[in-house]
Design a protein around this ligand. Structure first.
Ligand code: MG
Ligand code: NI
Length: 481
């Protein structure tokens, strides 16, 4: 008999979502959708504010990714004011970005995704969580918690606080780094590098070989990719040009300020998340997994695919090994985890490189700005994908338009396609259990989505549905507009 399966909430992701799987009369999957059931209104309520407030307001979009919004916002303000921060200002921002990346990638690999691999996809959900990891691998868990705390402390030294920072400002960075602070951070960065080296070696020995069949089969789709590279094609997570790669690996580069010429956003009635797609491919948009149109992915696997090389030695060696095994572009969805660990290594090496640069302690970290009517577009790579902030101001520097495209938003169509593929391949004849449903969730987790960051749909057609339950949990009514 036809039946709807609901996975709610989706666990070990940031933000809130549910999965709806529609089974047909034969008990096989007709459709599967990831419904994002929260909405942030930032694109609307930033209007009318002085633009220099936005680097302080937009980090509140998310408690997990505040640094990404903070830096993208400060960069968009630079563009609005028409200024270029001094080298030390840019380097301090990039250093904060790399440290925030390490904190996030460690969180995801060990605590969000880790339970699926360390305890197994079928483990009971009462232990398939961070507490279960602490019990199963206490030494590793202790090391991981310590380095994450250390990364947060590094950000405090640089910026006064780790969460919802205010240190990046239009025109640069508000606080120069003292030499004694640099020396402390340099020691910390060595410790972070050790954990990064351990993590990828551990995963290559204990995780990927054990789950190779899952990697080869779960959530597999074929799409294009989007990410940032430097002018010379090297991976970069703070600044550069955008590179859009087709599913077959040909690519096109463009300045991020012209993103609207290349990307467009599709809307569906069942999600507060938009569906960006590559409009220059000229095929429109479809997330039919057998014949997708315009669909590209962002986040770790995308960046590892689009870059020509990585300009730090350890990460470059890992990239070469990865490419020799999986080709370019690598399409297997669970390889996001592997790519994440290559990026973890890159960020540790990049933090060391920046801290060894004598310019990092320069006291010239900012330039003055003056309000003007202008439009400014910025882009940074966030741990969860390419992040675009686009602001317009009037002559007084007050905001008249805001558009953001957030990392997870780019991955909306691919996540839905991977979930559909996973559900169709795992659920047959109406048979499923907790392990099967968790394996469907694993296809989502590979993308490390942050749904709270990603929901910015406000198009005037917003629909709200309210279910009313009595004290016994029985549905007694529904209100909808
Ligand atoms: Mg937007
Ligand atoms: Ni977020």
């Amino acid at each position: 008999m036809a039946k709807t399966l609901v996975i709610q909430p989706v666990t070990r992701v940031e933000g809130h979502a549910k999965v709806t799987i529609q089974l047909n009369d034969a008990g096989n999957v007709d459709t599967a959708r990831v419904n994002v059931i929260e909405l942030r209104g930032f694109e609307k309520f930033c209007l009318g504010r002085p633009v220099e407030d936005l680097p302080r307001i937009t980090p509140r979009i998310c408690g997990v990714c505040p640094w990404s919004h903070h830096l993208a916002s400060a960069k968009a303000c630079d563009a609005v004011f028409g200024v270029e921060p001094p080298p030390a200002g840019k380097k301090l921002r990039e250093l904060c970005n790399s440290i925030a990346f390490m904190e996030e990638h460690i969180l995801h690999f060990y605590f969000l995704a880790g339970a699926d691999f360390l305890l197994g996809p079928d483990a009971d959900y009462s232990v398939r969580n961070v507490i279960g990891i602490l019990q199963a691998a206490p030494d590793i868990a202790r090391k991981v918690v310590k380095v994450r705390q250390m990364c947060a402390h590094m950000l405090e030294i640089l910026a006064g606080k780790a969460i919802h920072p205010q240190a990046a400002i239009p025109g640069g960075f508000s606080k120069p780094l003292a030499p004694a602070e640099r020396d402390q951070l340099r020691k910390n960065a060595d410790e972070a590098l050790e954990l990064a080296k351990f993590s990828i070696a551990f995963a290559k020995e204990n995780v990927f070989p054990k789950y190779l069949e899952v990697v080869k089969s779960l959530g597999v789709i074929k799409t294009g990719f989007l990410g940032t590279v430097k002018e010379n094609g090297a991976l970069n997570l703070y600044d550069g040009k955008l590179r859009l790669m087709t599913p077959n690996g040909t690519h096109q580069d463009f300045p991020y300020a012209s993103y609207t010429d290349f990307l467009s956003e599709h809307i569906e009635s069942w999600s507060y998340l938009k569906f960006p797609y590559a409009k220059q491919w000229g095929e429109g948009f479809s997330m039919d997994a057998d014949n997708p149109k315009g669909v590209y992915r962002t986040n770790t696997l995308a960046r590892i695919n689009v870059c020509d090389f990585i300009d730090t030695p350890l990460a470059q060696a890992e990239l070469e090994e990865f490419r020799a095994k999986f080709g370019r572009p690598a399409q297997l969805t669970l390889l996001y985890h592997w790519a994440r660990l290559i990026e973890l290594l890159y960020n540790a090496e990049n933090a060391i490189r920046l801290l060894d640069d004598p310019e990092i302690t320069s006291t010239e970290t900012r330039v003055k700005v003056t309000p003007r009517a202008a439009r400014g577009v910025s882009c940074t790579e966030a741990p969860r994908g390419t992040l675009i902030h686009d602001y317009t101001t009037d002559a007084n520097g007050l905001v008249t338009n805001v558009n953001m495209i957030v990392g997870t938003t780019h991955n909306n169509a691919p996540i839905n396609m991977s979930v559909t593929q996973a559900a169709k391949s795992l659920i047959h004849d109406g048979k499923y259990d907790q392990g099967v449903l968790n394996t469907v969730e694993m296809a989502i987790r590979a993308y490390d989505p942050c749904f709270s960051c990603a929901t910015h749909r406000l198009d005037g057609k917003l629909s709200v549905k309210l279910d009313i339950f009595d004290a016994d949990g029985k549905l007694v009514g529904t209100l909808a507009n």
